[in-house]
Design a protein around this ligand. Structure first.
Ligand SMILES: NC(=O)c1ccc[n+]([C@@H]2O[C@H](COP(=O)([O-])OP(=O)(O)OC[C@H]3O[C@@H](n4cnc5c(N)ncnc54)[C@H](OP(=O)(O)O)[C@@H]3O)[C@@H](O)[C@H]2O)c1
Length: 272
């Protein structure tokens, strides 16, 4: 499959795909039923969302949430073997390595009506735990800037960025240079996005865990005390922010809490 080519959106879920997800500690079932249910929902106020890093753990949960409501979700993935995992939950994969692509190509893809006009992009990629300082820069910083460049070229105004708590502080001196590079990359990605004429929202989660969703969070402008938050709750917050375009040009910190996700976002939409 060539770079930028739409993967086989009709590919069914397979036992291998389900096993792959279980191997990653992801307890959610991968079923054909999920894809059928997603396709059968009534499409009211249907959005088309493109997620960079579409096979990430938050990205998969967000894809599943949005697709189940009838929204169209395209996931940009770099490994063609991940395509089936997206199609199994109602997403549509496009194979595109964010460290190889250029803004003209990605902007052209966003503008090309690949699965309907794009309403929003979400930057959910990350170089991940095992990667060195160089990839913190090429993924966590540069790929976010690339997506923003591409969004501007394509006229896609809504941009959600997953950042991290701690980017506005000096890196912990007890941690290594890779951590410092990670914090620097996320901070630079935020700065790049804040300088753009886009309807951006930066979401800074605390420590991510794979516990089941709680449905309740603490979501507010900094400073928020550091704490854990489930990836499922982060995905729910992102989905709710996509449904609430009135929340714009805000930096938000996120951890587990007592406020239902819908109420937390509604409070921000009404100026809170
Ligand atoms: N861990 C934490 O406690 C924590 C806390 C706050 C914020 N965050 C941030 O939250 C974000 C999402 O977290 P997560 O756990 O969902 O991340 P994740 O599971 O590690 O997913 C990141 C995704 O980015 C993809 N990616 C990496 N390089 C790419 C490239 N060149 N082109 C296309 N895709 C690429 C990866 O693809 P491959 O599978 O092909 O590598 C992976 O699917 C990350 O930015 C992370 O830094 C993490």
């Amino acid at each position: 499959m060539s770079v930028g080519r739409v993967a086989n959106a009709a590919a069914p879920a397979t036992g291998d795909a389900a096993a792959g997800r279980r191997d990653r500690g992801d307890p959610r079932p991968v079923t054909r039923r999920a894809a059928r249910v997603a396709a059968s929902r009534v499409r009211v106020g249907r959005m088309h969302v493109v997620i960079a890093g579409g096979h990430g753990q938050i990205a998969l949960r967000l894809t599943e949430n949005l697709a189940a409501e009838g929204h169209s979700v395209t996931g940009l993935i770099r490994n063609p073997d991940h395509a089936e995992d997206l199609t199994a939950i109602g997403g549509r994969p496009i194979v595109l390595d964010l460290e190889q692509a250029d803004a003209e190509h990605l902007g052209g893809l966003l503008a090309s009506d690949m699965h309907g006009e794009v309403d929003a992009v979400v930057f959910a990629a990350g170089a991940g735990p095992g990667s060195g300082a160089a990839r913190k820069d090429t993924v966590d910083r540069a790929a976010s800037a690339l997506l923003a460049d591409a969004a501007e070229r394509a006229g896609v105004r809504r941009f959600l960025q997953i950042s991290s708590m701690g980017v506005d502080k000096e890196p912990d001196p007890d941690r290594d240079e890779v951590w410092a590079a990670y914090i620097a990359a996320k901070a630079a990605a935020e700065e790049d996005l804040r300088g753009r004429d886009l309807d951006w929202v930066i979401v800074r989660p605390g420590a991510l865990v794979n516990d089941p969703p709680t449905g309740s969070v603490h979501l507010a402008e900094p400073p928020v005390d550091r704490g854990e938050v489930t990836r499922s709750d982060v995905a729910a917050v992102l989905a709710e922010l996509l449904r609430n375009p009135g929340v714009s040009r805000r930096v938000l910190e996120l951890r587990g809490g007592d406020t239902p996700v819908k109420d937390a976002v509604a409070a921000l939409a009404s100026g809170g």
